[in-house]
Design a protein around this ligand. Sequence first.
Ligand SMILES: NC(=O)c1ccc[n+]([C@@H]2O[C@H](COP(=O)([O-])OP(=O)(O)OC[C@H]3O[C@@H](n4cnc5c(N)ncnc54)[C@H](OP(=O)(O)O)[C@@H]3O)[C@@H](O)[C@H]2O)c1
Length: 171
Amino acid sequence: MKTLLWATLSANGNYAQSGPGNPPKPEALADFAAQAAAAGNFIAGRRTFEAMRGNGGAGGPFAALDIVVVSRNAGELPGATVVRSPEEALAYLAERGHETALIGGGAEIHNAFLGAGLADEAVFNVAPVLEGKGLNLLIDTEHYACKQVRLLDCKPLGGGVVQLRYGIERE
Ligand SMILES: NC(=O)c1ccc[n+]([C@@H]2O[C@H](COP(=O)([O-])OP(=O)(O)OC[C@H]3O[C@@H](n4cnc5c(N)ncnc54)[C@H](OP(=O)(O)O)[C@@H]3O)[C@@H](O)[C@H]2O)c1
């Protein structure tokens, strides 16, 4: 199964965070909805899923999708299937017949997939915002590491958001 890691980055290269003072760009949100609809699913960390649910975002256009929440501790979460690891999330979606898994974030989940070498492509939407101290997207959260990736596509999405798509070779 192909795994597609989807993330919004800030213009200064941080892993973009959203909140009341910095709502997600509508163009980036619309792109996530389109990518999730195309995949028929998305995988989220427990904190991101709970934030989406708090904003009423896990229903609506996402109601028909297979939503998989990765958590070490959570019990049942309405509207989602809870699994204990990135590998289990992919096994669940493969068993359900999905050909692509969309990894929607947040940072800890993205870094877990990247660290385990489980991403085949990365879609980065660079938003026109500069951030201070925050979150990072990392292939190794403890040591310096570096991996070449292949630029597959680059296009503006409107509203100052630019989409970069990269191919990632698995080891
Ligand atoms: N830039 C973007 O594209 C984007 C996308 C989504 C969210 N965000 C931002 O990201 C932030 C939230 O991200 P976050 O890093 O705090 O949280 P997160 O990745 O959404 O969720 C973290 C939780 O996932 C579970 N988890 C993480 N790694 C795991 C593993 N290897 N195995 C099993 N479970 C694991 C744990 O859940 P338990 O504690 O339940 O065990 C952990 O507390 C917010 O600021 C949000 O705005 C940004």
